[in-house]
Design a protein around this ligand. Structure first.
Ligand SMILES: [Zn+2]
Length: 234
């Protein structure tokens, strides 16, 4: 190897020419890379097996359920109070355990499952206590909450994508929808229990329209969005 500037023969591995000081560069000599300034990435493996953990949690829910049913059956010869315990435990299991059997639980699927199990529990309580409020009251409210929440979750999950400001439109609509839900609840209370309308639901409705409208204005107006983003990092 010779220096390209002065022609002096260079030693192997020389960094620069000993005569003229020209830095040596040879494309065929690959210099070893410096060690990175940070430790190598360690892929942490799952030390706890997911299905094992879920199995234990399932047992934690199942054992008290069975024990309560057995005790109730032995003492009272039927299923009385233990039915409520069992329903509550099943609702807790469907809401907080069932989704985690899956690696990426999809709320679009598990949200209605959880609420449907809660609705079933209220149906059980209603039948057990001899009430007649399930069909005119609990069922329409539960159905409305399931449909409303499911719409919001599905919109947030499938339409936002990279355009994050769409969240604002959805949230604005969701807040207004919650206000409307309050009016529906008051109306159903009136129908189911023959209580006169006092229109208390108008207060949350007005507040929801104001807050939801504000979110929509922010969503519609890009300069406002940018300035809010700069000031509050949202
Ligand atoms: Zn040289």
């Amino acid at each position: 190897m010779y220096c390209v500037k002065c022609g002096v023969e260079l030693q192997k591995g020389a960094q620069k020419c000993p005569l003229c000081g020209l830095p040596v560069y040879h494309p065929e000599i690959i210099e070893p890379a410096d060690p990175p300034p940070y430790p190598p990435r360690v892929h942490e493996s799952e030390t706890v097996s997911r299905s094992g953990l879920m199995f234990i949690l399932t047992v934690v829910f199942a054992v008290p359920l069975l024990v309560c049913l057995l005790i109730d059956f032995r003492l009272n010869g039927g299923i009385g109070w233990s039915g409520y315990v069992a329903g509550g435990l099943l609702f807790g299991y469907v809401s907080f355990c069932l989704p985690f059997w899956f690696r990426r639980p999809n709320p679009v699927i598990f949200y209605p499952c959880a609420l449907a199990s809660l609705l079933l529990l209220t149906l059980y309580v209603c039948l057990k206590t001899g009430g007649d409020w399930f069909l005119p009251f609990a069922f329409p409210i539960g159905g409305a909450v399931i449909l409303f929440g499911e719409t919001i979750i599905a919109l947030l999950r499938y339409t936002v994508g990279a355009r994050r400001h769409r969240q604002l439109y959805i949230l604005g609509g969701a807040v207004m929808g919650l206000g409307a839900l309050c009016v529906l609840i008051e109306f159903l209370i009136k129908v189911a229990f023959s209580v006169p309308m006092r229109w208390w639901s108008l207060y949350p409705l007005v507040a929801a329209i104001l807050v939801g409208g504000m979110l929509l204005v922010i969503a519609i107006c890009p300069p406002l969005r940018r300035s809010l983003h700069k000031k509050f990092f949202i």
